[in-house]
Ligand binder design. Structure first.
Ligand code: AMP
Length: 279
C-alpha cells in the first residue's frame, strides 16, 4: 500500500498515472459510507486516492477537533481490504505550515453557507472549501467524490468548483445507512448504547416527513410535529427544514427537488441527516 505524506511524492505518483484519478477526501475513522464512495470511485476512474486528514480549519472553538476519532491503522486496513492501495495522509505542518490564523481562505457563497449547518457553525464551510481547494491543487484529480450525507457540503463544493473554474468533476455518492436507518457517521462512535438505540429516530422522522410532503401538505405543521417528536425522544434539534435541493433555501410549500434536512444533538453527539422528497 502506498501512503503519501508529502506533496512531492503524491504529485510524482500522480504524474506517473495514465488513466483518470478520483479523489475521496475523508477525515478518517472510516465506515461503510466512506467505503461505498471508494467503491463508486473505482467504477469511474482507473486510480482512486483516499485522503485522510482531520482538518482543524473546519472545527469551531467549542467543537470536537481534539476528540475526533483518529484511527489511521484501522483505516488503512479497511482500505486495503476494500482494494484501495493509495492514501494521502498529510499532517498539519504540511497543510498549514504558517499556522491557521493569517492565511488565504476560500469563502463560499453566503446563500449556501449561512443556512442549515452554517447558521450554527460559523466558518465551517470556509474551512471545508479551503482544505478541499488545497487537496485539489496538490492532487489534481479528474473526479472528486463527495457523499450526500453532507448534502450542504456537496452543494457548496459544487458551487465552489463552478465559481473558481476548477478542473474537476464532482461526483455525488448516495447516503449510506445502517440496517436501522441511522446514517453512517464517524461521530456515531460517540453514542452510548442507550443513545444508539434512539438515534435512528432522526432518519425515521425525516423519511416520515418526506413521505407526507405531498403537494397539499402543510409544511409548517409537519415541521412542528417532527421537531416535537425529536424532542420527546431526547434530541435537542438544531434545525429541521424542508429546503430546495439546489439553493438550500427554506420552503414553506412542497415542490419537486426538495429535501428535508435535520441536525440534532443526542447527548454530546451532533447528528445530521437529509432525505429527498419523493415528488
Ligand atoms: P468525513 O470523513 O465525515 O469528512 O466524510 C468524508 C466523505 O464521506 C464526505 O464526502 C461525506 O459526505 C462522506 N460520507 C460520510 N458519511 C457518509 C454516509 N453515511 N453515506 C455516504 N457518504 C458519506
Amino acid at each position: 500500500m502506498a501512503i503519501f505524506k508529502d506533496i512531492a511524492s503524491v504529485r510524482q505518483w500522480r504524474q506517473s498515472l495514465r488513466g483518470p484519478l478520483a479523489l475521496v477526501p475523508t477525515m478518517g475513522n472510516l465506515h461503510d459510507g466512506h467505503l461505498a464512495l471508494v467503491k463508486l470511485a473505482a467504477t469511474r476512474a482507473e486510480q482512486v486516492l483516499v485522503s485522510i486528514y482531520v482538518n482543524p480549519l473546519q472545527f469551531g472553538p467549542r467543537e470536537d477537533f481534539a476528540n475526533y476519532p483518529r484511527t489511521l491503522d484501522r483505516d488503512l486496513q479497511r482500505l486495503h481490504d476494500a482494494g484501495c492501495q493509495t492514501v494521502f495522509a498529510p499532517d498539519d505542518g504540511l497543510m498549514y505550515p504558517r499556522g491557521r490564523q493569517d492565511i488565504s481562505i476560500v469563502m463560499p457563497p453566503r446563500s449556501l453557507s449561512k443556512v442549515l449547518c452554517g447558521a450554527s457553525r460559523p466558518g465551517h464551510f470556509a474551512g471545508v472549501c479551503t482544505v478541499l481547494s488545497k487537496l485539489l491543487h496538490m492532487v489534481a484529480p479528474e473526479i472528486l467524490l463527495l457523499g450526500e450525507k453532507d448534502y450542504q457540503q456537496l452543494r457548496i463544493v459544487q458551487q465552489m468548483v463552478a465559481d473558481l473554474n476548477l478542473n474537476v468533476q464532482v461526483l455525488p455518492g448516495p447516503l449510506q445507512r445502517e440496517a436501522d436507518g441511522l446514517a453512517y457517521s464517524s461521530r456515531n462512535t460517540y453514542l452510548n448504547p442507550a443513545e444508539r438505540q434512539v438515534a435512528p429516530l432522526l432518519a425515521q422522522t425525516l423519511f416520515d416527513l418526506a413521505r407526507r410532503s405531498t403537494s397539499a401538505a402543510n409544511i409548517a405543521s409537519l415541521t412542528t410535529e417532527g421537531w416535537e417528536r425529536l424532542e420527546q425522544a431526547g434530541f435537542l434539534p438544531d434545525y429541521l427544514e424542508l429546503c430546495d435541493a439546489q439553493t438550500l433555501q427554506a420552503l414553506d410549500v412542497p415542490q419537486p427537488d426538495a429535501r428535508w434536512f435535520a441536525a440534532a444533538r443526542l447527548g454530546q453527539t451532533r447528528l445530521i441527516d437529509n432525505v429527498i422528497v419523493p415528488l
